[in-house]
Design a protein around this ligand. Structure first.
Ligand code: MG
Length: 421
């Protein structure tokens, strides 16, 4: 018969180790803009596997090859329950660190390991991260239209659906600052397309939000994404002019190459700043958060190394009064969305989550995908991440790289020079 001390030791010894036995890489494109590379990490425990995503629409084939040729052979045989250790080991093994491909591959592994751990514990991942700190995840909607009145109509629609936070763009990114094709003073035989003019943009956007306030009042929280289009002086001018309409936040008012100017912006204006959609390295977000220069950190969880890195950012935010607003581009996938969800659910430094929704073909392929209802995101509450991949359905949509046919990142000024997109 076991003594009480032995029984206690037995109960608290933890679960027996499981090892990674196989890594399946699944490329699939179940809709326009979707160039998704998923993982199934199989283990020594029969039937136990975790899912992950290495999402980079622009370099999807590179991510797929990196997983198949470089990462999977290293991961097989490693212990699946040592998430932090394997994350760090993986991080330093490719020597050069914090690139988009290394980060999405790290995320894919990290996601699968958290999924495995949650399945073993019989709990959703947010329970392992500390448990619910909120009941569901509030999201902001994407409203927009070609004119100020169309923007009002669109914002009202989202507000009526239950979204308290609404981002408004007048046309595409940079909209409000475009001079029509062929118009204005153009170089001889030069660029004749739609041209971005930052002074025009800085004049138009405050008028747009004043119009939205006039028509919709103060019940809605408005957001706007500058998407890096401005030079530092114009960025400061815009932030100051938006003070009267009280934005929830203004996003990416500068490109990541100019983050030092957030010190001056902070000194000049009370307009809340959100930054970091393109960040891939702690060297980028750490000074902005620790020096109190931004209000919201906008990194994409899938692009920084997954839950393991995101929960550290959330802890840093908590220490320095910053809040999270994890990014969700329309081309992102349901697994990555759930990474943000599980972190969002369990942190006290949460601010807001960007919305994303998926068509029926994706929901058929990925049972357990989170659902967006009335301005809130809900996970499936199943153990682990709470989502699966039906490989037979994914196989119906072979991976395509549509980036060569999409030109949305090309923006030019009147003289034909490139503007950040
Ligand atoms: Mg953005």
């Amino acid at each position: 018969m076991l003594r009480a001390a032995d029984l206690y030791a037995q109960a608290t010894r933890g679960l027996p180790p499981v090892t990674i036995t196989n890594v399946k890489v699944i490329g699939t494109s179940p809709g326009p803009g979707y160039s998704w590379v998923f993982l199934k990490v199989e283990t020594s425990e029969p039937g136990l596997y975790g899912v992950g995503s290495a999402n980079d629409r622009y370099l999807c084939w590179a991510a797929k090859a990196a997983l198949e040729k470089h990462y999977a052979p290293f991961w097989i045989g490693k212990q699946a329950d040592r998430i932090e250790d394997l994350w760090q080991w993986n991080y330093q093994r490719s020597y050069w660190r914090n690139g988009p491909i290394t980060n999405v591959c790290a995320t894919a592994l990290d996601s699968a390991l958290w999924d495995i751990k949650g399945k073993r514990a019989g709990m959703p991942v947010y329970e392992l991260l500390g448990g619910k700190a909120r009941d569901a995840v509030p999201c902001y909607a994407h409203a927009g239209g070609p004119t100020m009145d169309a923007c009002v109509e669109s914002a009202q629609e989202w507000h009526e659906k239950g979204f308290r936070h609404v981002r408004v763009q007048m046309g595409g990114y940079g909209g409000g600052g475009f001079i029509a094709p062929g118009e204005g003073s153009r170089p001889e035989s030069g660029f004749q397309g739609q041209a971005f003019d930052e002074e025009l943009y800085v004049d138009t956007i405050p008028q747009l939000f004043q119009h939205l306030r006039d028509k919709m009042g103060w019940d809605v929280k408005f957001l706007h994404d500058v998407h890096e289009h401005l030079s530092p002086a114009s960025a400061m001018e815009l932030a100051k002019r938006l003070e009267d309409v009280k934005m929830f936040f203004v996003e990416d008012i500068l490109p990541p190459e100019q983050i030092q100017y957030f010190r001056q912006i902070r000194q000049q204006t009370t307009t809340p700043m959100a930054m970091g959609e393109l960040f891939t390295s702690p060297q980028e977000w750490r000074p902005l958060i620790s020096e109190g220069l931004i209000d919201f950190i906008r990194t994409r969880v899938g692009m920084i190394g997954g839950i393991t890195q995101a929960k550290k950012i959330a802890a840093l935010c908590e220490q320095f009064g910053c809040r999270t607003a994890f990014q969700e581009g329309g081309e992102n996938d349901p697994i990555n969305q759930l990474l943000a969800y599980h972190v969002d659910m369990s942190i006290s430094s949460f601010g807001i989550q960007e919305e994303n929704d998926f068509p029926e073909a994706v929901r058929e392929m990925m049972p357990g995908a989170a659902e967006l209802r009335g301005g809130y995101l809900y996970g499936s509450d199943l153990p682990g991440l709470g989502i699966d991949i039906k490989e037979d359905v994914a196989a119906k949509y072979p991976l395509v790289d549509d980036h060569h046919t999409s030109d949305w990142t090309t923006v030019r000024g009147m003289d034909g020079s490139l503007v950040r997109p």
